[in-house]
Design a protein around this ligand. Structure first.
Ligand code: ZN
Length: 311
């Protein structure tokens, strides 16, 4: 920031009023800076529920269990949609799904069920009452939860995206305990070897539909340092739609590596880096469903499978 300040002062014409100079330096530039830092992660954060595969399984099984409880000889029952539950909880818990419990999910699922009456059936000497159920709408449940307009809109925004792909088993291309063999390229993360999505065709986790996956996704906690895979020059460091905060590095032999969805960038365009240098930190910016490093290798501009370099 200090260095940047000096650079910017150097660019300002000398005859500029000192008050204006002051305003530029201490008001507008920090505002632009903060906008750049926060705008990216926030947009990505708000696109899709940040729920893990295991947590999704809890929603699915609980929704099924509650739906199942509404079936009887006189009622086909109603189907509670796990996606409605996830969308509501994404708003209720402000995307922190670590706060949810199975009991709370069940409580929420039950709010979707209303008993509208009973079928009274004579069974032997007794009259047995079978409940007739109706599925409440998302709006009705949100009213019961006293959601305000903003919260309701947020839930609808989540539901406007088909996030059923969250149900797909993570596409683990290598077995547990696998370690990369480092040769021409170094592994870009210390200790993180879990690949949640491999290179090639896959279901788009954010927008749905088939899409080509131009790299591999390595699951690592938010803020994990990301390292340059080889010596090279930073040719891009900044925001890019889809990639979020991303770094492109050019190496020898027409080789290029890309590191996407970062929370923070620690290098500048034009900087020469050595293999293993920390260049940024793992995040979830851009088109991302949770913290991970999207690592890409290109030869002559064409994306290739990064894992081929680590066998
Ligand atoms: Zn990816």
């Amino acid at each position: 920031m200090q260095v940047l300040g000096k650079v910017l002062i150097a660019f300002l014409p000398d005859d500029l009023g000192s008050a204006l100079k002051f305003a530029l330096l201490f008001i507008f530039i920090p505002i632009i800076f903060l906008t750049l830092i926060f705008a990216g992660p926030i947009t990505a954060y708000e696109k899709v529920p940040l729920v893990s595969y295991e947590q999704v399984q809890m929603y699915v099984t609980t929704a099924e269990k509650v739906s199942e409880s509404t079936k009887n000889s006189y009622s086909n029952g109603v189907e509670v949609d796990w996606k409605d539950l996830v969308a509501i909880d994404a708003v209720r818990f402000n995307q922190d799904f670590s706060k949810i419990s199975r009991d709370e999910i069940e409580e929420l699922a039950k709010m979707f069920i209303e008993i509208t009456g009973y079928a009274e059936v004579k069974e032997g000497d007794n009259v047995v009452k079978y409940p007739i159920y109706r599925l409440r709408s998302v709006d009705e449940v949100m009213n019961m939860l006293n959601f305000n307009k903003k919260q309701k809109d947020k839930v609808k925004e989540f539901l406007s995206i088909d996030f059923s792909e969250l149900l797909d088993l993570p596409d683990v291309t290598i077995s547990n305990g696998w370690k990369p063999v480092e040769n021409e390229l170094k592994w870009p993360i210390s200790g993180g070897y879990t690949i949640t999505s491999g290179f090639g065709a896959r279901i788009d986790p954010v927008y749905g539909g088939e899409s080509y996956h131009s790299g591999i996704d390595i699951a690592v906690p938010l803020g994990t340092p990301v390292k340059a895979a080889a010596d090279g020059e930073v040719v891009y460091a900044g925001w890019n739609d889809g990639y979020g905060l991303v770094i492109f590095i050019w190496h020898n032999n027409n080789l290029e590596t890309r590191y996407a969805h970062l929370s923070k960038i620690a290098v500048n365009k034009g900087q020469i880096v050595k293999a293993g240098d920390v260049i940024g930190y793992v995040g979830s910016t851009g088109k991302s469903t949770g913290p991970h490093l999207h690592f890409e290798v290109r030869i002559g501009g064409k994306a290739v499978n990064p894992l081929d370099f680590f066998k």
